[in-house]
Write a protein that binds this ligand. Sequence first.
Ligand code: PLP
Length: 378
Amino acid sequence: MFSRGFARSSAPAVKPIEPLVIARPELPQAEALLPYLRRIDAARWYSNFGPLLTEFEARLTARFEPDTQVVTCANGTQGLALCLQALQLAPGSLCAVPAYTFVATAHAVISAGLIPYFLDVDPDTWTLQPHTVREALAHAPAPVSAVILVAPFGLTPDLAPWLELREQTGVQVVVDAAAAFDAVHSAALPTVVSLHATKVLGIGEGGFLATEDHRLAQRVRQLTTFGFRGSRDSQMPATNAKLSEYAAAIGLAALDAWPHNRLRWLRAAQGLRAATTHLPQVAFQPGWGLSWATSVCSVQLPDGMAATVERGLSEQGVETRRWWGLGCQTNPAFADCPRGDLTQTDRLGQAVIGLPFSIDLDHEQISRVAAALAASVD
Ligand SMILES: *Cc1c(COP(=O)(O)O)cnc(C)c1O
C-alpha cells in the first residue's frame, strides 16, 4: 500500500475502488455506556460478580425457558472448554465434533483434555447429524465420551434427536451455539454462546453457558473462579475466566439496543437476499436473516466455485472470507486428530464463501455485492 503522502503527489489515473470490507462490527457507543460506567464508579466494584454482572446474567437468563441458568465467562472458547471439563469425562477420550466448524471448537476439546474426532456434516444444513455420530461410535479408534454440536453461523439444530442420543448412548452432548445468540432459547442441552465483537451481540470478548443442569452450572461457575465456592478454599483445579463489571456494562448496553439492532440485522440480510434472488447459484442458509439474525453471511455456491467467485469479487473490490476455511480438520494444529469420511465438509470448503455483511449494510453496498456476484457466478 502507498502512503497517503505518496498517493497524493502522484495520483493514479484510475480512482481505485473503495474496498467493501467483510465485516464492520458495531458495539454500544460511549453515550450508551456512560450510565453503566457511572454505576461502576459509584459502587467501586470492578469484578468478581458485581451488581452489573449479576444484572447482565439475569437479563440473559430471561431469554431462555424457565429453570435455565446462565454462567458468563471470558469468551466462548473458554465456555466450551470449561463445560467439557465440568462434565468430568474420561481424560484422553474422544469428543466428536463436526469438521465444518471454527477452530475454537476443536481447541476447546483439547483444552479440556479430550481429543477432537472430526465427523462429516449434512450438505444442506452444514450440521452434524445424529446418525453420523451413531455410526461413528461403532468405528471410533477410541472411546467417545462427548459430542459438540455446532450451530453453523447461528443456525440452530433440533435438539430432540440429540437428547435421545444422549439418553440411549450415555455420550454427553454440548451445543456450540457461539454465533446463535438470537436463535437459542432452549438449553435442554448445555449451550455455549459467544459475545465476541464479531458476533451478533458483541461485547468485545465474552461468552456464556446456558443450561438446565444446575449442578453443571455451579461447577462451571466454580471453574471460572479458581475453584472457589462460597469460601476462599480452592476445591478443584480451575482457572480465572470471569467477566469484569466493564464487560457487563457493555453487555447491558448491548441488550438495551438489541430489539432495535436485531431488526437492523434482519433488514440488511433481507436486502441482500432480495438483491440476489435472480442468482439461483447463490444459496443462503435455511432461514438466514428471515427467522434468525446473525452477523455473517456465508453462502453456498455450486461445487468447486468458491475460488473462482472469490477472485471475481476481489477484482470488484468486494472482500470475501471463507470463515471456516477448508474445514477445521485441515488446520496444522489438528493434523494428528482422528477423523471419519469428510466428503461433504471437503465439498463445503470449496463451495462456501462469506460475503461482506454488517448491521448497516446499505442499499448501494448491497447492489455492489449483488452485481459483483452476478458477474462472477457464470
Ligand atoms: C466464534 C466462535 C467460537 C469462539 O467464540 P469466542 O468467544 O471467540 O471464543 C466458537 N465456535 C464457533 C462456531 C464460533 O463461531
